[in-house]
Design a binder for this molecule. Structure first.
Ligand code: FES
Ligand code: FES
Length: 152
């Protein structure tokens, strides 16, 4: 089976595996993290056609015919995505949750370029941070919205 991942067609040998393992083990895209395996923590968040999805609960087969975007696919060449630049300005602690927050923030800003504090809170809250870095995460998402608007 083939998947479209970060704009490239990729051959997948184990389509019944969960997407997180296909990405990490078959395709070498280890930026997608694994935490709980039960859809609770969000560290495995990827985008399917621009919508957030828990890769630990999504069989790879379910992503066929859709565009999969992982954290490795956010940057455009050397140009980091606004959410990446914003989190560099607002660093977290261990960073285990970071890929999930990046993907959730990227999806939020795509549909809501100027999110309210409540919308940021809601989007950030679906991904857990075991280090409790929620203040930095809120600041980073708000800053990412500014950077994205500046980019145009
Ligand atoms: S590893 Fe998927 S939600 Fe925690
Ligand atoms: S920074 Fe450690 S889990 Fe979020």
């Amino acid at each position: 089976m083939q998947l479209s991942v970060n704009g490239r067609r990729r051959e997948v040998a184990y389509p019944d595996e969960m997407l997180v393992w296909v990405l990490r083990d078959e395709l070498g895209l280890t930026g997608t993290h694994y935490g709980c395996g039960i859809g609770a923590c969000g560290s495995c968040t990827v985008l399917l056609d621009g919508q957030v999805a828990r890769a630990c609960l999504t069989p790879a087969r379910a992503a066929a015919g859709r565009e999969v975007t992982t954290v490795e696919g956010l940057a455009r060449g050397e140009q980091l995505h606004p959410v990446q630049r914003a989190f560099l300005e607002n660093p977290l602690q261990c960073g285990w949750c970071l890929p999930g927050h990046l993907m959730s923030a990227a999806a939020l800003l795509e549909r809501t370029p100027s999110p309210t504090d409540a919308q940021i809170e809601e989007a950030a809250g679906v991904n857990l941070c075991r280090c409790g870095g929620y203040n930095a995460i809120r600041r980073a998402v708000a800053r990412a919205a500014e950077l994205k608007r500046e980019d145009g």
